[in-house]
Design a protein around this ligand. Sequence first.
Ligand code: VG1
Ligand code: CO
Length: 548
Amino acid sequence: MDTNIRTVETKPFDGQKPGTSGLRKKVEVFRQDHYVAQFIQAIFDAVRPQDGFAGRTLVLGGDGRFFNSTAIQIILKMAAASGLTRVMVGQGGLLSTPAASCVIRKHRAMGGIILSASHNPGGPEGDFGIKYNGGNGGPAPEKVTDAIFAASKKIDRYRILDVADIDLGRTGTVRLGPMSVEVIDPVADHAELMATLFDFAAIRDLFASGFTMRFDAMHAITGPYARRILEEMLGAPSGTVVNGEPLEDFGGGHPDPNPVWARTLHDEMMGPDGPDFGAASDGDGDRNLILGRGIFVTPSDSLAILAANAHRAPGYAKGLAGIARSMPTSRAADRVAEKRGMPLFETPTGWKFFGNLLDAGMATICGEESAGTGSDHVREKDGLWAVLLWLNILAVRREPVIDIVRAHWRDHGRHYYARHDYEEVDADAAADLMDALRARLDDLPGTTIEGLTIEAADDFSYHDPVDGSSAEHQGIRVFFEGGARLVFRLSGTGTAGATLRVYLERFEADPARHDETTADALAPLAAAARSLARIRERTGRDAPSVIT
Ligand code: VG1
Ligand code: CO
């Protein structure tokens, strides 16, 4: 055994429970003595193969936010102490979430550790996060996160190599005690995979024809990826990618690609002289925002349009095995599946629930209303993938985004959609609100609220068709006569108080009624949501903090 391995005794915390997407907390929580090390030890304890870690590879990287480089060094030294043979780490400690998934799969690693709090703000006052992905490249399923949580409650020691930090500034292989550390180009494997899925020549022609685009990397991880792929490989003019330098605090911004947090891009796209196509991604590169001149494409519509047009890209020319969407995502994708005779799967919120469907070849494309879209090419949602699939479709169809969206609505009907978030509300009040709704589920059908009659209501539970596991209490669904739907659930990624998410959806088949603003179209439903859940009485809030 290496004499440099030190065993550190610690007092156990209350346990560290991974949420929708790993363990996400304020930076100050992660900066407590031994906090990171204990969670990493809990991961290693939970995922250690029967025959140990010898011969195994781990992938490591993060979105570059504050504390990324500190945590990376701790993890490298602990990986060496745990007996891993190799760690592949992105240069500078960087890897986007989808790139990490790609690297895990391509190099047959046993798994990966990704450091990110995704779209949450960064910096010393911001958030940090750690998640574990398995050998399929996807987020650990519940049975693994439960095992990590259980291990974290028992930890009273961890093992770490006593050595100096290693330099991650240059690519190449270095030794860390008994382990080798391969510092890799964070972009190369992912860019190579993208080139196999999409018709890069057609997209190059599109840009060469004068097509204009703006990609806002929001000073987060996708800057280097977008510059390499869009500007260097596809010939988009330099300057197409803005805010392309990853910064530890994302330039003080909120790297959440939606019309609220990507306001500048949004406003530019709404102007008469805006570019043809606009896009953005989040902190860790797994989300996407899609805009055309004069139109914001809701993530739910984007999923449906991508699914309906994917066969135009070489990687999907054979068609799709099926579509999967998270439950709160609008049912626009269901109409595509129905029309094309494909299965449609409805899963709980969080990418981990898509993993089995993708592994089993039952679904090819997946998406969430929260701006996540992806396919079976990796096991995470993938911001740049969605942007490139859009570009491939635009390169083939040569129509403005707005026309493509409107034609889609004409053919399938329009699902007006919005999400109302009530952030940082009192956690007990939020839990009470959900309990009160749950208690009334049986009485709701047949009642009329704000002029809308409820047809059915339930608390969503999911039974995985592949491994038979189930997940209960995944959100309250209220269905109205005429096809409207409300969903209530609490966020699993917040770091302060609770966040109540209310999802509103109304279907409109008649093209003559596709021109309302979303706010107008959903106003009655929004009123019904407020009164049904007694939001003001229970949370003290008159209005949502963010509407997307
Ligand atoms: C949110 C989104 C969910 C997404 C998750 C992780 O979860 O609603 O759709 O999968 O974030 O995305 P919640 O529990 O707060 O609603 V990411 O880009 O933050 O990894
Ligand atoms: Co993300």
